[in-house]
Ligand binder design. Structure first.
Ligand SMILES: *Cc1c(COP(=O)(O)O)cnc(C)c1O
Length: 233
C-alpha cells in the first residue's frame, strides 16, 4: 500500500515537473508521517524516502530516537516556544516560524546547543483566520529582523498551508503569491537569507504547487492513507 502510493506520488511529481519545465531533483518529497507508526515510516524509508514531516514535538522526538539517523526530520506544526529545546538539534528544517519571539527562542537554543537552525517563514497567503502564519508585509518584516538580529538562524525560504479544497486550481493563486513574495525577498539580498525553498502543496494540491514552483511538497494521506485521530494516545 505505502509502496504503491509512493510510486503514484512520484509519478505525479514527475508529470508536474514535465508540465512546468522543472527538474525532478528540484522537488523534494516530504512524507508527512504524523499520527502514523514507526513501521510505516520504515516502509517508506526502505523505499528510499529520507524526508519525513511531523507536527508534534513529542511525536517527532520519539520517532527520532527510534528510526535511522540519516532521516531528515521536518517540523511542520505550530511550535511552542517552550518546546524549541527538544527539537533544536533534531529538526533538519523548521517550516513554521511566524513570530520574532519564536525566532528569539530558536536563537537562544541554537546558541546553547551550538547549532544554526534552518527555518522557513510561515505565510498565510490566503489570509485564513483559522490558520497560523503571517501576511506578506509581516513576513518581510520578520525576515529582516531575523537577518540582522539572530545569527544562529538561516532562513531558507517560505512555507504556506493553502486552504482545504476539492479543487486544486483554486489554490494556484496562493502558491503563485508565495513564490512572488519569495522572489521579492530574495531581491533584498539579506544576510543569512536564502529564498531557495518553497514549502507548499499537500495531498490535494501538490501538482499545482509544483507547477507554481514548490521545492518541498508535504504529503501525508496520499502516502500513508487517512489518519485516525480518534485513537491517538
Ligand atoms: C498534515 C499536514 C500535511 C499533510 O497533509 P495531507 O493532506 O495528509 O497530505 C502537510 N502540511 C502540514 C503543515 C500538515 O500539518
Amino acid at each position: 500500500m505505502i509502496q504503491e502510493n509512493l510510486n503514484i506520488v512520484r509519478e505525479h511529481i514527475k508529470q508536474a515537473c514535465l508540465r512546468s519545465g522543472r527538474e525532478e531533483k528540484d522537488v523534494t518529497l516530504i512524507c508527512v508521517s504524523k499520527t502514523k507508526p514507526a513501521t510505516d515510516i520504515h516502509t517508506a524509508y526502505e523505499n528510499g524516502e529520507r524526508n519525513f514531516g511531523e507536527n508534534k514535538v513529542q511525536e517527532m522526538t520519539d520517532k527520532f530516537q527510534e528510526l535511522p539517523e540519516d532521516i531528515h526530520w521536518h517540523f511542520i506544526g505550530h511550535l511552542q516556544r517552550n518546546k524549541v529545546k527538544y527539537i533544536i538539534d533534531k529538526a533538519y528544517l523548521i517550516h513554521s516560524v511566524e513570530s520574532f519571539r519564536l525566532a528569539e527562542q530558536i536563537e537562544a537554543e541554537g546558541t546553547k546547543h551550538n547549532v544554526t537552525a534552518n527555518i522557513l517563514i510561515q505565510v498565510n497567503v490566503a489570509q485564513e483566520e483559522t490558520k497560523f502564519g503571517l501576511d506578506r508585509a509581516e513576513a518581510v518584516a520578520l525576515v529582516k529582523a531575523i537577518s540582522v538580529g539572530l545569527p544562529h538562524i538561516r532562513i531558507k525560504g517560505l512555507m504556506t498551508i493553502a486552504p482545504f479544497t476539492e479543487e486544486p486550481e483554486e489554490n494556484r493563486i496562493y502558491f503563485r503569491q508565495l513564490r512572488e513574495l519569495s522572489e521579492e525577498i530574495a531581491k533584498l539580498n539579506l544576510n543569512h537569507v536564502e529564498m531557495k525553498e518553497l514549502s507548499m502543496g499537500m495531498t490535494g494540491d501538490y501538482m499545482t504547487a509544483i507547477e507554481e514552483g514548490a521545492t518541498l511538497v508535504r504529503i501525508g494521506t496520499g502516502i500513508f492513507g487517512n489518519r485516525a485521530y480518534l485513537n491517538r494516545q
